[in-house]
Design a protein around this ligand. Structure first.
Ligand code: 9WN
Length: 451
């Protein structure tokens, strides 16, 4: 529900209250009802929010996530909360069967078998920057935190650059839509080829919490999601076997662009912690490789990058926010960047004349698959807007960045801390009290006089 806009001063107090509402002491629920566990990339943004309230608590958020890191270096997409009733969220830990199937899982912690985009180094660096501004004990704690986080982050990135890119292309392969932007139309064609086999009867829990079905994935998509998990289980979550045989393997430009940006943050972290020169050289190579991978997927005519479906051997030519991977990555090509900004500002994205705010829709309204109320098929997502704001600043585009920050704060003060928003009307959709939405609000409010 939209309400009378609250003042920016009140917004900060309300955002902090949402983090406290979801706080479980050492980690934060992604949302009170719909998402009662710790999610990987949510946790990274949530930690940035905590950094404004309590440096130690911010560090703890990521420490809890790192404790669930697999021996391969993979950071799992969900760390399950053992206190949640089994029927509250589906699929729960018993569906994933990770601890029975993989020798690589952490001890005594139940996780999913997938991953999410690697925004964690960006968050760790942001926590450090915020703490440096506070100074004193906060700054020292943040130094210590970076020393602790660095080996986890390096192992995580190494995993993505090897197990998920065994051919060294600079692009990260994903094995399931839940690893990317869930029900994005980018995955429709690849999913339509999946022949769903026998699934045990199941009850979706998401539609108990969000009853408007137009906002959530369809049942058919859900069956395909579950079947893909069955196939991953049959291969015991072995990345090499999955990469070779799984019917759904997509080189995801968005994930790959984030990895390049995160490697930039890892470079900064490596200098602060005094990592050996070989590490820094390796991270530099990782960044170059990532840029090369994205350049190979650049579509000069459309001015965006497109994912590549390794099973069909085709690019996935659908205009979504993922097309801005070079902007997120910090592309070294001025030509690509200029073109990206043109497309970003165009009516196909932020410049649509009927949008309530000039914020990027998850899928472009020029696409036939665009649906303004459906999850990743059109709505705007505040945490994504944060990522663009951050990337635009890094690219020296401070005016554009400020437009995103102001528009986002207006959107949030009118609609509250929703999971996502209808782009034309600004209606808040999905879960309310979504933790990462509140967290990025805190960072935007604090940025008024620092960026
Ligand atoms: C599946 C928690 C997560 C986000 C994802 C978002 C949604 C889960 C779901 O919620 O995914 O992982 O049940 O739909 O798509 O980006 O991390 O907020």
């Amino acid at each position: 529900m939209q309400h009378e806009p609250v003042s920016f001063a009140d917004l900060g107090a309300r955002a902090a209250a949402v983090l406290h509402l979801n706080d479980q002491g050492e980690w934060t629920k992604a949302a009170p009802n719909l998402y009662p566990h710790q999610w990987s990339w949510d946790a990274a943004f949530i930690a940035i929010g905590w950094a404004h309230l309590d440096t130690a608590r911010a560090a703890q958020e990521l420490r809890t996530l790192f404790a669930a890191q697999w021996r391969t270096g993979k950071i799992p997409h969900i760390v399950f909360n053992p206190d949640v009733a089994a029927d509250h969220y589906f699929p729960d830990a018993s569906f994933w069967e990770c601890s029975h199937r993989s020798p690589d899982v952490p001890e005594a912690i139940e996780t999913s078998g997938l991953l999410q985009p690697p925004v964690h180094a960006i968050a760790a660096w942001r926590i450090w920057e915020i703490a440096q501004r506070k100074g004193g004990a906060d700054a020292e704690d943040a130094d210590a935190f970076l020393r602790e986080a660095y080996p986890h982050l390096r192992a995580w990135h190494r995993y993505l650059l090897t197990a998920r890119d065994p051919e060294g292309t600079g692009l990260v392969a994903t094995f399931h839509p839940w690893e990317g932007l869930d029900n994005s139309p980018r995955w429709d064609k690849a999913l339509s080829r999946i022949q769903v086999g026998a699934l045990a009867p199941f009850t979706r829990a998401d539609i108990k919490h969000v009853q408007d079905l137009s906002q959530r994935p369809t049942d058919d998509d859900y069956r395909r999601y579950l079947w893909l998990v069955e196939l991953l289980k049959q291969r015991n979550y072995d990345d090499a076997a999955i990469y070779a045989e799984h019917p759904y393997v997509i080189q995801d430009v968005f994930m790959s662009g984030i990895l390049v940006a995160a490697n930039g943050a890892l470079q900064n972290i490596a200098s602060v912690v005094g990592a050996p020169a070989e590490d820094r050289e390796l991270i530099r190579e990782w960044i170059e490789r990532g840029h090369r991978g994205l350049a190979a997927r650049w579509d000069a005519e459309r001015g965006v990058t497109f994912d590549f479906d390794l099973r069909s051997g085709e690019p996935i030519r659908i205009l979504t926010v993922a097309g801005f991977a070079p902007l997120i990555a910090g592309s070294p090509s001025p030509g690509h960047l200029a073109r990206q900004l043109e497309v970003f500002d165009s009516p196909a994205f932020c410049g649509h004349p009927e949008f309530r705010w000039p914020l990027p829709p998850s899928t472009s309204p020029v696409e036939p698959s665009f649906q303004p109320r459906s999850y990743w098929r059109g709505p705007t997502w505040p945490f994504l807007n944060w990522l663009f704001w951050w990337a635009l600043h890094r690219a020296g585009q401070s005016e554009r960045a400020e437009r995103i920050r102001r528009s986002s704060l207006e959107q949030l003060s009118a609609g509250g801390f929703a999971e996502y928003f209808e782009p034309f009307t600004g209606e808040p959709l999905g879960s309310s009290n979504q933790a990462w939405t509140a967290a990025v609000t805190l960072d935007w409010l604090a940025a008024a006089d620092t960026t």
